[in-house]
Design a protein around this ligand. Structure first.
Ligand code: 5GP
Length: 192
């Protein structure tokens, strides 16, 4: 998506350790107009999938997830992160290794909000090694719900998460795929 790529070039900052910071418009301060257009783009990509629920992970997926859900006219559900897991039987759980914080945490979703009647579109701000996305896919499967696919704002194509999840048979659509980025700030996108 050209608009997103242009914005990444303008405001994105490359940090060591393969981290791209886009917190001035995507996941800290949010450019609502831009995210609304991204939501519309995702709607067009998945419009035939009968999506009943958008699922993301707190906190940085919530902004883009909300705007996607708005275009599908369905709820946004976000998985909560927790370090202390009290299994009460009323939640679906799965484990995620954090790329940015280098720790492992559990994610939970209440059984009240996800079940076998749902067709779920998973949304996140970034796809790197795929841990967050695979954790979310596991939650959906635990609920016996259907995975419509995954819509990602920025995929780092030089990390293997995207390939891994596509090989699992899950449709992954990324609005921008970064093929390389350097410490001098140069960012190269995959040709659409
Ligand atoms: P993965 O689980 O695919 O390795 O990483 C995805 C998660 O890590 C996303 O939910 C995102 O919040 C975070 N993440 C991964 N790479 C980056 C990055 O380059 N920049 C930022 N801001 N977050 C990232």
């Amino acid at each position: 998506m050209q608009l997103l790529e242009d914005r990444i070039i303008k405001d994105g900052k490359v940090f060591s350790g393969n981290v791209l910071k886009v917190d001035s418009f995507l996941n800290h301060q949010i450019d609502v107009e831009l995210l609304d257009k991204m939501g519309s783009e995702v709607k067009q990509l998945f419009e035939n999938e009968n999506v009943t629920k958008v699922l993301t992970i707190e906190a940085s997926g919530i902004g883009v997830g909300c705007m996607v859900a708005k275009h599908f006219n369905c709820p946004l559900l976000f998985a909560k992160k927790t370090k202390t897991l009290n299994i009460k039987g009323d939640v679906y759980t799965s484990k995620v290794e954090s790329f940015t914080h280098q720790c492992t945490y559990d994610i939970i979703v209440s059984k009240d909000f996800l079940n076998e009647t749902d067709t779920v579109l998973i949304v996140d701000d970034f796809l790197a090694k795929g841990n967050a996305l695979i954790g979310l896919i596991k939650l959906v499967k635990e609920a016996d719900a259907k995975v419509a696919g995954a819509a990602i704002a920025i995929e780092k194509g030089f990390q293997d998460g995207g390939d891994m999840v596509r090989k699992m048979g899950v449709r992954v659509e990324s609005l921008a795929i970064v093929d390389s980025m350097n410490d001098d700030g140069t960012i190269v996108f995959r040709e659409g």
